[in-house]
Design a binder for this molecule. Structure first.
Ligand code: PEP
Ligand code: MG
Length: 315
């Protein structure tokens, strides 16, 4: 869905609501950053890369094959800058490219994308970026350029991780371009595959500044329901007990280890789910700009309830 990019005078018209749990914005189009900022968001919990490449019109692999890495890096710098500049010094978590093969076919160079029988179970996210690591390298180079310009508010988030080795390899590439994870940038991962939720402790042991729950994918993979398949749409539910069990396991393990835990899937915009997440100890909730005010109110109510319940237990 297209994001609105116009910036009204203020979206957070009421007096600011203070919450301990942070409320952040998901940004898919960099041009929407001022609008997201105007909501009073505490940062960007998900900056997607896919739209940057769609707007450029050229497949990232084509840039690399034609020795035009500089151009690719500059496109990324220009786009990421639009967001980190508006939000500075609030944190922006940049998610490395996550494009299923069927979504980039229309780009110049996209005709070389393979025809996969099931792109959602296929060549996307970090697994693809480690196979074609030139793209990941270009992304880290772009972030290094911004970091060198003083944008110290950038975090990098790895999508679709299913094994801790993928984090080790991604960190190595980050270091190779001269960017030190945990020092220059926050380094985090998305929990979108049940394997990652089940083995979350092993991922944390590799070294993570933060984790973000991608419940859109976590739901489809836990329930074996293709999120793009209308025939099984009725079987798709973020509230399925198995999905919620993996979410809870992830949050609790992060809390035990002192790792920041966020959510950037659509479930973070559903009030009664948000209430549960706050109770589990989630650190931040990232939602689309249109939903942020409601999410903030829900978080505030959930926090007040927790405080009052705890106080009453003491009496
Ligand atoms: C998710 O999977 O929940 C998520 C936020 O990522 P995307 O919707 O871009 O796959
Ligand atoms: Mg996802």
């Amino acid at each position: 869905a297209e994001e609105k990019t116009e910036t009204p005078a203020t979206l957070a018209q009421e007096a600011p609501i203070i919450t301990v749990t942070q409320v952040k914005a998901n940004v898919s189009m960099p041009e929407a950053a001022p609008r997201a900022f105007a909501t009073g968001a505490d940062g960007v919990g998900l900056l997607r890369t896919e739209h940057m490449m769609l707007a450029a019109g050229v497949h990232p692999v084509k840039f690399l094959e034609e020795d035009r890495e500089d151009e690719l890096v500059n496109i990324l710098v220009e786009n990421i800058l639009k967001v980190v500049d508006v939000f500075y010094p609030k944190p922006v978590w940049y998610r490395t490219l996550d494009s299923p093969t069927d979504e980039f076919k229309t780009l110049d160079g996209g005709e070389n994308e393979p025809d996969e029988p099931n792109p959602m179970l296929g060549w996307r996210g970090i697994r693809r970026e480690l196979d074609q690591d030139g793209i990941l390298r270009a992304e880290f180079k772009a972030i290094k350029k911004l970091h060198d310009q003083g944008y110290t508010n950038i975090g990098v988030m790895i999508p679709l991780a299913q094994h801790p080795d993928e984090l080790r390899k991604a960190k190595k590439i980050c270091e190779e371009v001269g960017l030190t994870p945990h020092k220059d940038i926050e380094f985090g991962m998305m929990v979108e595959i049940p394997a990652a939720a089940i083995l979350i402790q092993d991922f944390i042991d590799v070294g993570l500044d933060f984790v973000s729950l991608g419940t859109n994918d976590l739901t489809q993979y836990t329930l074996a329901v293709d999120r793009n398949n209308e025939f099984v749409a009725k079987n798709y539910s973020e509230e399925h007990p198995a999905v919620m069990a993996l979410v809870e396991r992830t949050i609790r393990t992060c809390v035990e280890n002192g790792v920041t835990c966020s959510i950037c899937g659509q479930a973070g915009s559903v009030p009664h789910i948000v209430e549960k997440l706050v109770g589990m100890g989630i650190t931040s909730v990232s939602a689309n700009s249109d939903a942020i005010l409601e999410v903030r109110k829900t978080v505030a109510r959930a926090e007040q309830k927790l405080i009052l319940d705890a106080a009453r237990k003491q009496q």
